[in-house]
Every structure is written in C-alpha cells, then in structure tokens.
Design a protein around this ligand. Sequence first.
Ligand code: DNO
Length: 397
Amino acid sequence: MRQTWRWFGPIDRVTVENALQAGAEGIVSALHHVPTGEVWSLNEIRKRQREARAGGLEWELVESIPVSEAIKTGGAEAVPHIAAWKASLENLARCGIRTVCYNFMPVLDWTRTELRWKTRTGARAMRFDLIDFAAFDLFILKRDGAAATYPDTIRAAAEKRFPELDDEARAALAANIGAGLPGSTERYSLDDLRRLIATYAGVDAEKLRKRLIDFLSEVAPVAEHLDMRLCCHPDDPPWPLLGLPRVMSTQADYEAVLNAVDLPANGVTLCTGSLGARADNDLPGMVERLGPRIHFVHLRNVRREAETVPCSFFEDEHLAGGTDMVAVVVALLKEEERRKREGRSDCVIPFRPDHGQDILDDLTRGAQPGYPAIGRLKGLAEIRGIVRTLEHPQFGM
Ligand code: DNO
C-alpha cells in the first residue's frame, strides 16, 4: 500500500516537508484556485508539481477535479464543462499524473456541523450532529419541505435545540455547513444554498444516477485511453441532505455505476470514514467485492452515535470507531496480492490517512479543518504499523 498525504498547496500550513517527515511517499493535491468548469492548464499543473517536488515528494494523485452543478443537473453548461474535464485529464496525463478522485454530491461536498468538538482526551474532532443539522435546515435555512425529511423525534429535538443556540452558534452552524470545508469548491450563503437547491427540483436519485452514468460514459473512455484511473468518492455523510439526492452511499450504488460503465478506468475511492457512517455498510466486505476497481483509499474511522440512517457521528481515532481497520487493511492487502497474480501494473494501492483529530501542537497551528499535521501523522503511523505487521513473514498474509 502506498502512503500518500493530502496537501492543499502553498496555502496549507502543513507543508510537504512535514508530510515527508510523517512518512508519506506521495502527495495528493488539486488546483483549488481554478474555477469549477475550467481546464487545468499544463502550466498550472506543472507549477504545482514543482511546488510539491521542492518539498521532497511527487504529486501522484488528484483530489479532486470538481464536477460542476450543471453536469449534475443537466444545465446549459454541462457540455463545455465535460469538455473541460476531459481536457484537464489530457493535461494531467501529459504531466504523468494518472489517478483522479472526484465526487458527485449535489451542492454540498462533505458536511459537518462541528469542526472542533472536544473529545474525552481533550483532542478536537469533527462531528455531524443530526439534530443541529435539522435545526439548521428547518429554522435557519427554512427550506421548503424540510419538515417532511426528518423523523418526528429528530424534528421535535431540533425544535427544542434551536432556541438553545445563541447567535454565534447559529452563525457557526451556517458557516460549517454552507461555507465549505477544505476541498469543497464553493462557499455558499443561505441565499446561494436556496438558489442551488432549487436547481435540483425534479432531480431525484434515479435522474442523478443517470447523469453520473452519462458523465462517466463520456470521461471514462478518455481516461481509459490515457491509461488513467478515475475514482468516485462516496457521499459524506452517505445519505440525502437538504432534500437533495445522493447516489454514491452504498455498495449497491457503486455496483450500479461500475456496471453501467464497465471499464477499469471507472473506479472507486474507498473512504472508510464516509461509508462507515452507515451501519449497513460492511467495509471489509466492500473492499473484497469492489476490490478490482478500487483505485484510491481513504482510511479513517467514525463513531456512530446510533445505528440508524441517518445518525449523528464524530471522527474518532483511526483505529477506534465503528470500522475494523485491521480487517479493512487485510482485505486491501489481499486485493494487492490478487492483482500481483493477475500481473496488473497497479498492484500497489494508494491510500491516505484521511482526516485526523487536532492533538498537541495541532491545537494552535490552525491548519485546514480535519487536516492537522500530528493527528494525521498518528493515523498514518498506526496504519503503517498494521501493514508492516501483516506483511511480516512471521505473521504472514
Ligand atoms: C474530505 C474529503 C472530500 C473529498 C471529495 C472528493 O475530507 O474526503 O472533500 O476530497 O469529496 O471529491
């Protein structure tokens, strides 16, 4: 397994040099400054490659080329945006970068209600509180039809919670949800959110899935031809939000899309943290069953606070939480072995320690939420320990 590390570019307070010291072997990055729908030029790609190289590591994977809302809703700009996506793939291939992660979540990328929730150790973790989220939807965003999206118990709890939130807490909630977490492409005001949600009127899960399949039918053959791999990141959290459909939340969701565009280039970013927020996702089993098409892995762990879908959860330490990380790594190593036997060139699967709690000096460094230096270093070191042990001849896989 190849140990990679997400780096947000020169603005990131965790440097490439830091990643190298943490033991990372390669960098995951994106041109976050290029507006969605525009081509990533050779110049900009090469510049980021030089910036990474100056710190001692190569830029090996893209996370993410954003997929515009027009592509997801079938808006007027879908055609030029898909053409730009393909052109970006061509430019990346010319620079030797061949794996591209993306997601297909409407409007919001990953979503949390709290960014610095205090854990029992005094560390700070990210958390999704379903009641706060419902309070935001019902009483801050005041979305039409919001009430029908929540079970009675959650609605009642949100009604009680909302008056308890002071102005600061309400503003923080709106910012955390709408103003975008690292990697999200846009920052939305409440009015922006309302306007964007309206563009999804009539787009249900089936329509969204069809758009994803149409999109992949265009871009996956291009990727295949360029000897590239595309890998769709799961929905985070893996259920519909704000009345918007989400279609990459379960194994069945992935299978539908992988089968519809049945090319090796059409693959999966297996994120144990996102998928692990649903008790009905069996992560080691998903690694086994989706294995041949897994091109990238995010390893992290969430602690669900209920077994229902949806539920509240927080980001636990990498080896804590509800997912059996050792079993996931065993399944990944088996998949690597299987690929070796098949003679595949991609028999080393890249992963990154995804997110991390803020611990020790992270608490004052002010890095991107979810992307601290030491919290991730700890996660990476723990996972590396599992891999080394399992690969050791004495324990023999
Ligand atoms: C959060 C990330 C997501 C992810 C995108 C992939 O930490 O995992 O922002 O990068 O959803 O397109």
